[in-house]
Design a binder for this molecule. Sequence first.
Ligand code: HEM
Length: 263
Amino acid sequence: MLARDEETGETMTDMLVHDESLGIFVAGHETTARTMSFLWYVLHENPDVAERLHAELDAVVPRDQAPTLEHLKRLPYTMQAIKEVLRLYPPSPAQPRDPTFDQDLGGAHLSPGTYVLLFPYATHRHPEFWEEPERFDPDRFLADREDGRHPFAYFPFGGGQRICIGNSFAMLEAHILTALLARRFSARLVAGHKPEIEMGAQQGGRRAGAPCLQVRKGRNQDERQHHGQVFDDQPADGDATASRLHQAALLQRAEQDDGTCHR
Ligand code: HEM
């Protein structure tokens, strides 16, 4: 709020502070949170993928350590799983555009006032670009399988001039959180609950029923006991404050979770 532009000396107006704050909370928080929610959901639905992801984490991140950048470089499958979640459940499923001049595009005439919606949710499931599009398969994001794919077959972060400025940060954050949390927790869908996704054309927004998950410490009795101690007494060195808060929230849920869907 006190910052000044180096060149012009201008400060931020109240409106700019308002808009920037909203941008960080809505664009920067909600999106990654949704990615993480749907990741736990797909791991529950795809136990073979969960097994591979946990095996990779077990092999790379020591039990009582927070993941470092060096660890992340050796967690490619975890990253592939995050990319695949963003394919099937893009947190920004539709992006509206407002043409400013008359133009022909793909056989359609667009003039100012035409409502245009870019639709990653549908494109990401289009059989022309994706084999068995509804299947959750992180191996789609193996480097050699990405070669030759149309650059806009996959655009969870948008593209062009308005591409997400938090793109790399978000992927790093999701990678760290997955490594940190999946190493210590497992989550399963509350029995009988099916997440519902509602698409709303207005503002390209989505009112999604986030998955209702039951969180458990560790993945078996032994792990639960071990991680319970790590969490309750002393968070591992190097954990970022935000990650600690996530852990604390999960821990609290893990302890209180009675299997009911509270929304
Ligand atoms: C998985 C996480 C994220 C996804 C899927 C995502 C997706 C998107 C998309 C699709 C757009 C473009 C919207 C459009 O073209 O209409 C966008 C823009 C934006 N995102 Fe993200 N985002 C994520 C995380 C973040 C984070 C962590 C930040 C900031 C810390 C952030 C800040 C922004 C901002 C400021 C814009 C507007 C850019 C502009 O218009 O110039 N996003 N995001």
